[in-house]
Write a protein that binds this ligand. Sequence first.
Ligand code: G16
Length: 542
Amino acid sequence: MTKTIKITPFADQKPGTSGLRKKVPVFQTPGYTEAFIQSIFDSLEGYAGTTLVIGGDGRYYNREVIQTAIRMAAANGFGRVLVGQGGILSTPAASHLIRKNEAFGGLILSASHNPGGPNEDFGLKYNVANGGPAPEKLTDAIYSRSKVIDRYLIEDFDDVDLDRIGTFEAGGMIIEVINPVTDYAELMETLFDFDAIRAMIAGGFRATFDAMHAVTGPYAKEILVRRLGADPALVLNAVPLEDFGGHHPDPNLVHAKALYDTMMSADAPDFGAASDGDGDRNLIIGKGVFVNPSDSLAMLAANAHLAPGYKAGLKGIARSMPTSGAADRVAEKLGVEMHETPTGWKFFGNLLDAGRCTICGEESAGTGSDHVREKDGLWAILLWLNILAVRRQSVSDIVNDHWATYGRTFYSRHDYEAIESEKANHLMKALEDRLPELPGQSVGSLTVERADSFTYHDPVDGSISRNQGLRILFEGGARLVFRLSGTGTSGATLRVYMERHEPDPALHQQEAQAALAPVIEAAETLAGIRERTGRDAPTVIT
Ligand code: G16
């Protein structure tokens, strides 16, 4: 029976860079989760009788919200839901399922790389029929609706057994509990040369993967171990846990330090990789060499034609604005379009749908292609493996060769996490106010050429997104970007992105922080980070 439950709206349901992310106790506030889900449904049109995909990264509270979402989908008139067994679906697998089944959309329950547990983070986002995150127009509509919503609809039936694969009927709706891995693994087989990768591994190539106790464990076991023959002992932390074993499932050099240390040791495997909470991010480390995500995007784009799914070449490349310009040089050489979008995978959707780009990437450890409409951690790892199998060179050789061809773009991001929102806003405002007077000014050894607040004009639908980060471009091509993260759940996170291109191969082996020292100094001089935030050093340097 459908029940209509009265509620008072919540003022804080504004989706961020990737859906709504809050602490678990906030989502547990009576009516909170329901109000947000109903605001999503109320912002959609024409879904009666259609299919909705539901799944999450397995974090604490995942199962409870999935039961609520299923009951609400039934009450609101969906005809069928597809839900991953155990409530599990990686974000790219969910994107693929939406596309493959021509679903109306999907609810993805994840706070990505943020920690999980009773007092940690939870998240909820809606993906549209192309499999990608809801565009800004829709997230704005959801937020507007959430401010006035006064009721939600829910069916009254027993919990669905999420652990049993099968088809059930409840509340007038079909519920299919499906294997979360099978369809995704099949898609990967169509894109990559599994025989070549299998032969490389059989020949003694050692690949290790850290699933960080997050969603990719089952995917890695099926694809890397069962289908490609990788040593199961080298697939680490493969059991998804509600609290990710107490760690941050964030594949960076801080939270995947054990993997990094292994890869820097004398008897390191040939290839090391990790993914995040919901399986859309990737970390790539060769023996003795970390590949920064901006470089990884450029290297994957330059070599993608070596994999069967991309042998026809690329239609174009897209990157988020704060991502380094390394990929631009590849696009130029290939003679294909290059697009610069705001941070957030949702901005790639239109370009991919319109066939304006094939590969996209972000500095925040995300790379993907037009096979789905999300970034895809295992996809990036498999593309690297495919390239390694064809080129028969080490990661380090491929990296050095790329730099020799295109020059090296030194790149780093400094994060100042959980600073007071007011302080962060003041810092950004003060810097923005100064932008018009900066061109021509010297900052240490650098001279400002141009400074602006990034505005994106979507070439496909003409929409305009303003205030997407402050850019300071120096003569000679060095660049500094400031923006506030849209994914944190406590206070504000200031991100400062630095880059500098170095054409001379004799200077390519410098350490990134040293190579970027003048740009790092300029960041402090221009924004007064220490004084304004009270922080002496960044929380995380990547
Ligand atoms: C999300 C978005 C990405 C974005 C990243 C960081 O990733 O999907 O597009 O680059 O957040 O965003 P911010 O700098 O605003 O924190 P994920 O993996 O968290 O879903």
